[in-house]
Design a binder for this molecule. Structure first.
Ligand code: AMP
Ligand code: MN
Ligand code: MN
Ligand code: MN
Length: 281
């Protein structure tokens, strides 16, 4: 089993990057990727820690938020050179947009009767290179205002169309694909059927447009997918000649998905890795 989609505390996960390989090795995973949102600041510590486990393939990655005709699309880069200047500059710009958006969320929450200080522990790691997102707000709101869980906060305040939602300026998927290639990585469409409607038609439309623009693979295995979603995506990968990826989207305590096994039924087969390595730039 492998897991090619995880987050650490440098974005919206809760474990330090160097803890992820230890957990992966304890579960005897064959490969593990760290794919924090819009930052690669955790990659060096992650790769260094992975050296203690010679049987574990450690894949440096990143997850980039993009926008395709009003839909939020996430592109994961795997096998990236995390020191590539073009990539670093691109991610730095993404985080500037996050900061702008976060400032507006702070203000909206305050006017809705939920003031938060920028000194809340959830925001303590706030720095240029780390990536603060809505889960940090959700965790602070749970702690200070007694929401049952983060899901409730997304449902009532932070989710798309809710009163404290603020749209963030993000690039076209092709810009994310391009920058991942510039950093010698493989571009994967993450959770392609995550909260979409008319999913199969949309998946095929997206593949038709972005496979020629360099999209390398589809995330066919994911915590929230059952066999029908996985089968549909494996078929699309075959039809559009794309590689196969999969992962849990582990966020530590910020989500119920477990490393490797997701909600319990996830098992990403080892041989997906070869389909990705074949597409390395
Ligand atoms: P951001 O990138 O700051 O806009 O935050 C998006 C992140 O929030 C995602 O990567 C998920 O980790 C989390 N998220 C998005 N929607 C929900 C939801 N409905 N419930 C819980 N977490 C969510
Ligand atoms: Mn996240
Ligand atoms: Mn995502
Ligand atoms: Mn993710």
């Amino acid at each position: 089993m492998i897991d090619l989609h995880t987050h650490s505390c440098v974005s919206d996960g809760t474990l330090p990057p160097e803890k992820i390989p230890e957990l992966a090795a304890a579960m005897s995973l064959a490969a593990i990727a760290l794919t924090d949102h819009d930052t690669v600041i955790g990659i060096d510590a992650f790769c260094e820690a992975a050296k203690r486990y010679p049987d574990l393939v450690a894949v440096p990655g990143v997850e980039i938020s993009t926008d395709y005709s009003g839909k939020e699309i996430h592109i994961v880069g795997l096998f990236i050179d995390s020191h590539n200047e073009i990539l670093l500059k691109f991610l730095s710009h993404q985080r500037e947009e996050r900061c702008r958006r976060n400032e507006m969320i702070f203000r909206k929450l305050s006017s809705l009767g939920y003031p938060l200080g920028a000194d809340e522990p959830e925001f303590a790691r706030f720095s240029d290179a780390s990536s603060i997102g809505r889960p940090h707000f959700a965790a602070a709101l749970c702690r200070l205002y007694g929401f049952a869980d983060m899901q409730e906060v997304f449902r009532k305040l932070l989710g798309h169309g809710r009163p404290a939602y603020v749209r963030r300026k993000t690039p076209d998927p092709s810009a994310a694909i391009e920058v991942i290639h510039a950093a010698h990585g493989v571009a994967v469409w993450a959770h392609p059927v995550y909260r979409q409607r008319n999913e199969s038609a949309f998946v095929r439309r997206f593949c038709k447009k972005f496979a020629p623009l360099g999209l390398d693979a589809l995330e066919c295995y994911y915590s929230l997918f059952g066999p029908p979603e996985t089968q549909m995506l494996l078929q699309a990968a075959q039809d559009f000649n794309l590689g196969i990826s999969g992962g849990s989207d582990f966020h530590g305590e910020h989500s119920t998905a477990q490393l490797g096994t997701g909600m319990g039924g996830l098992a990403v087969p080892d041989d997906a890795l070869a389909t990705l390595i074949a597409r390395k730039h």
